[in-house]
Design a protein around this ligand. Structure first.
Ligand SMILES: *Cc1c(COP(=O)(O)O)cnc(C)c1O
Length: 459
């Protein structure tokens, strides 16, 4: 038999049955959903890879901690537990909970961004980008060039280009730049990590120009694991030590706990500066809740306090990142075109190489999502022309995004290696039959974020 190298570092105590319906039923359901997988009921999905956000399985220690939640409005013991854990990992003294990551995005935008502000980063995530737009600010994505290439041998495709950053600071002046935001791992190019060396360099540039430097840390533990694996000098360090060093280079962070918090809901912000904390607390009271709960329940803060420790455990991370890497290697072995190297939380299928016979205005990514659901009950998400294609306001011409991708996101601790093998086999089968896939026509779209609700017809 084949040698097992990446067995799950946990055993199962509670199970959630999976339902498999027939291909005919799935074909009917996806037609009824307007060929948009977001319109499906999750009960009709066999393996759900639509996101890794809020979909983690909690441990027995997290569930046990939930029973001890202190639901006091003010001064909750669970808040102190969470705060002390965040402080221990980040070294930041001031911690405020939020209902989820975008709650922290909102408050940061409110505090810092004014019309005409320019905010450099590697690649800003959609929610903070939205808040920048509302405030009249302009996001500036300065990821290294390799970060935008679908296949590259670069180990840290999430790095910020320091030359581009210095040029931006010189061109716009630090007065126009309220802060620099480093997203680790870089979600928008596939969960690609940033190196410690690059983070240190960016931090130095930020201090030179006296611009605050923050992290967007939804997947900070995954980033620290990649540093340990790929960067010289970190092989013998604990993930916690690596995390502490990384956070030491910044002035604070915003976090979506729905990823590396290993919980189903929640977020926080943390910072070094007391003045900033006072300002943030004021806004928190208006938008999220009193500073010792900020939109979270006591029990959820307990689960988060435990999750933030578990996510730093090496066996957990080895299995987690190993599972994603294993899926990548199964696919690469059969020639399936994916974004390389694989990032921390997802595999991205490259539609321009997978389905070159379907023109981009016929939504090749949608075609793949529909086929993978109809054939195998697996739900994945299009991140191409449907999600990001824009119409030129003057000419009405479609502006295509750089890449035409389909994302297969792996939830944390939810699926076993056997499920991953089923996913690999199903994608490989589709790849072999790719010539039979056809394009789609858009028949309904909402004015913003159309991919969540739009409907299609097969061509
Ligand atoms: C998910 C995410 C957010 C937004 O967090 P929510 O909890 O979904 O509101 C912000 N930044 C990054 C990098 C994310 O991955």
């Amino acid at each position: 038999m084949k040698r097992i190298i990446n067995a799950e570092p946990y055993k199962i105590k509670m199970v959630e049955p999976l339902r498999q319906i027939t291909r005919e039923e799935r074909q009917k359901l996806i037609a009824g959903a307007g060929y948009n997988v977001f319109n499906l009921s999750s009960e009709d999905v066999y393996i759900d890879l639509i996101t890794d956000s809020g979909t983690s399985a909690m441990s027995q220690y997290q569930w046990a901690a939930m029973l001890t939640g202190d639901e006091a409005y003010a001064g909750s013991r669970s808040f102190y537990h969470m705060r002390d854990t965040v402080k221990d990992i980040t070294g930041y003294d001031y911690v405020l909970p939020t209902h989820q990551g975008r709650g922290a995005d909102h408050i940061f935008a409110e505090m810092f961004i004014r019309p005409g502000s320019i905010i450099p980063g590697n690649m800003h995530f959609d929610t903070i980008r939205g808040h920048m737009a509302i405030k009249g600010g302009q996001p500036l994505d300065l990821v290294i060039d390799e970060g935008l290439q679908p296949v590259s041998g670069h180990p840290f495709k999430g790095n910020i280009d320091p030359v581009k950053l210095e040029n931006a600071l010189k061109e716009h002046g630090p007065e126009k730049i309220p802060f620099i935001l480093f997203t680790v791992t870089c979600n928008n190019n596939g969960g690609q990590p940033a190196s410690m060396e690059n983070i240190r360099t960016i931090s130095k540039i930020a201090s030179k120009y006296k611009v605050p430097f923050f992290f967007d840390v939804a997947r900070f533990a995954e980033n620290c694991f990649f540093i340990r694996e790929r960067e010289a000098g970190y092989r013998d360090k604990e993930i916690l030590e690596i995390a502490r060093e990384m956070f030491s280079y910044g002035d604070g962070c915003i976090m979506s706990s729905k990823k590396d918090g290993l919980v189903n809901i929640g977020g926080f912000m943390a910072m070094k500066d007391e003045e900033l904390y006072r300002k943030a607390s004021q806004l928190l009271i208006i938008y999220e809740g009193f500073p010792t709960y900020g939109g979270m329940s006591g029990r959820d803060m307990e689960a988060l306090a435990v999750g933030l420790k578990e996510v730093l455990e090496l066996p957990y991370l080895q299995h987690r990142i190993g599972q994603v890497a294993q899926l990548a290697s199964y696919l690469i072995e059969e020639g399936v075109p994916i974004v390389e190297p694989a990032g921390g939380h997802a595999i991205y299928l490259d539609m321009q190489r997978f389905l070159p016979h379907i023109p981009r205005d016929q939504f090749p990514g949608v075609s793949l999502c529909v086929a993978l659901y109809a054939e195998a009950g697996i739900r994945v998400v299009e991140l191409g022309t449907c999600a990001f294609g824009e119409k030129d306001p003057k000419t009405g011409e479609v502006l295509y995004p750089e890449l035409e991708l389909v994302r297969m996101t792996i939830p944390r601790r939810v699926y076993t290696n056997s499920h991953i093998e089923v996913v690999a086999q199903s994608v490989i089968d589709l790849y072999k039959n790719r010539k039979s896939l056809r394009g789609y026509k858009l028949i309904y779209e909402a004015p913003v974020l159309r991919h969540f609700t739009c409907r299609f017809e097969p061509l």
